[in-house]
Write a protein that binds this ligand. Structure first.
Ligand code: NAP
Ligand code: MG
Length: 505
């Protein structure tokens, strides 16, 4: 086994037959030699064989991360050196952009345009944090008397970072970039279904000069490896993106060692189309809002509320345009909607659609698996619009996480806000109106971490991303994320000329 100390970490082809764990700066098999296969959800074809981490590997990864944090030099590098390394990671990613995009498509079945946007954003995340970290600092506070307080921001330590399958590359970047920017060490646990881009990102970090043990990547089962990391007493923080039930479980387990926890969880985000909206823009934005990434987005705008005065016009256009969306070859530039991640997820989606129908709702388009020539062994679901719904229905209350939107009418602003907030989630939201006052009013009343006004996009480096209510807490993608990877230390000193003697004895 060679380490980065002894030998330059050599880049390998992005696309290959096997992928190993990354522990302590070394590609390695799992301790017990176990592997598993990953498949392309668009075609059902095998993509690669991946080393499968066990608890033993997780232990090695935690030890490597701990060692790097406690005794290594990364956190003590001058900040400009860490910044330069993050920029180097970004530049290596840029130089392999097309290969990374190809691999992300094979691993997830998502469309070319979606994968390109997400890999590009992952690159920009590293560039953003390369800049942000340079000005991230503590404070000096004036105090009464001859006292001075220096407030330092110190890296929190070893971070377990648990990643979902819907945006594998982007979520890995959202987590790794700010953590290593401040000087933490990380153990990344990608989703079992989509581990490849996180492994590559780990390799690229080491190639760019991140010292051994700072970034470790260990694909393996969530309930085994994930749990092990969450309960480990040498792990200081858990950052998790995934479903709300697993997030609750993680928070409970992490409480035993009082780990710092940030959670990016599920959503059921509302989109409100007011009577004065630009209807065509609202239709276009709503299409993207739900069907982008095949609806497998935590901030998918999956509840659509349309004012009764424009309902008929909006729905006629919305249904017609939904029928025009192109599914199929993910590598074609004009494919709008890619595959669903797995058969299990297909069953979940179809179950929700059937429940809505059983509850009396109407499927206006879609509502079933899509049959695509040449893609019979993949997982495809038709973009689906369900109308005549209400808030008693399971399909309206719960997250579906697929290309399915439920639609309702409303009468006035007050009712729209009430309906939008009637959810246990609070991640994204959208408002379509030309009335600036209304947009401002409603955006203040909505209980969500993100409000999009006449806009279908929400995730930009520098813009805080995260939820209210049961969509989790903590923000990613922003300056404040850096604080969530640091501890605040108050150093209080006395600079008076007379020695202090508080007991006066
Ligand atoms: P998930 O089942 O919660 O899994 C997410 C990650 O957690 C995976 O890596 C999974 O590993 C791991 N995991 C599972 N059980 C665990 C446990 N007991 N302890 C520790 N880790 C565990 O969610 P998913 O099915 O991958 O993703 C879909 C969900 O993620 C949706 O509900 C969606 O809303 C949410 N999401 C939220 C955001 C956001 O920013 N708020 C972003 C993306 C996705 P395995 O793969 O091995 O099961
Ligand atoms: Mg899962």
């Amino acid at each position: 086994m060679t380490t980065v100390k002894e030998q330059k970490f050599e880049a390998m082809a992005v696309k290959r037959e096997t992928y190993q764990l990354i522990i302590n700066g070394v590609r390695q098999d799992s301790v017990n030699g176990e592997t598993y296969k990953v498949y392309n959800p668009a075609t059902g074809e095998e993509v690669a064989t991946v080393a499968k981490a066990s608890k033993e590997d997780a232990e090695l990864a935690v030890q490597a991360a701990r060692n790097a944090f406690d005794f290594g030099k990364w956190r003590h590098f001058p900040v400009n050196k860490r910044s330069r390394t993050l920029n180097k990671i970004a530049s290596i990613m840029r130089s392999r952009f097309n290969e990374l995009v190809e691999l992300e498509i094979l691993d997830t079945g998502k469309s070319l345009a979606a994968a390109q946007g997400q890999v590009m954003q992952a690159i920009e995340d590293f560039e953003f944090y390369a800049g942000a970290i340079v000005s991230h600092r503590g404070a000096v506070n004036s105090m009464p008397g001859a006292f001075q307080n220096i407030t330092e921001k110190e890296p929190v330590g070893v971070c377990a970072q648990i990643i979902p399958w819907n945006y594998p590359m982007m979520m890995a970047a959202w987590k790794i970039a700010p953590a290593i920017a401040v000087g933490c060490s990380v153990v990344v646990k990608p989703a079992s279904l989509t581990p490849l881009s996180a492994i590559l990102l780990g390799e690229i970090c080491i190639e760019a000069g991140v010292p051994e043990g700072v970034v470790n990547v260990i694909p393996g089962s969530g309930s085994v490896v994930g749990n092990y990391l969450v309960e480990h007493d040498k792990v200081d923080k858990v950052a998790f993106t995934g479903s709300t039930p697993i997030g609750k479980d993680i928070m409970a387990r992490a409480s035993q060692t009082l780990k710092r926890v940030t959670l990016e969880l599920g959503g059921k985000s509302p989109s409100i189309v007011f009577e004065d909206a630009d209807v065509d823009a609202a239709v276009a934005g709503s299409l993207f809002g739900i069907f982008y990434n095949t609806g497998q987005s935590c901030e998918a705008r999956s509840r659509l509320y349309v004012h009764e005065d424009v309902y008929d016009e909006f729905m006629e256009k919305f249904v017609a345009k939904t029928k025009q969306l192109k599914l199929g070859n993910p590598f074609e530039k004009d494919t709008h909607v890619g595959a669903v991640i797995s058969q299990d997820q297909m069953d979940v989606i179809d179950g929700y659609v059937k429940s809505a129908v059983a509850d009396g709702a109407q499927v206006l388009t879609g509502g079933k698996a899509a049959n695509l020539e040449g893609y019979e062994n993949g997982y495809w679901y038709e973009p689906t619009i369900i109308a005549d719904t209400d808030h008693s229905m399971k399909a309206v209350k719960e997250e579906i996480f697929g290309p399915v939107v439920v639609v309702m009418k409303f009468k006035d602003e007050k009712e729209a806000v009430k309906l939008a907030n009637d959810s246990e989630y609070g991640l994204g939201s959208a408002i379509w109106t030309k009335d600036y006052g209304r947009a401002t009013r409603v955006s203040k009343l909505i209980q969500a971490g993100i409000v999009m006004i006449n806009c279908p996009f929400s995730a930009f480096p520098g813009t805080p991303f995260g939820g209210y209510k049961q969509s989790g807490f903590g923000r990613e993608l922003s300056i404040e994320t850096l604080d969530l990877y640091t501890e605040t230390k108050s150093i209080v000193s006395y600079y008076g000329s007379r020695p202090l003697n508080p007991f006066n004895v």
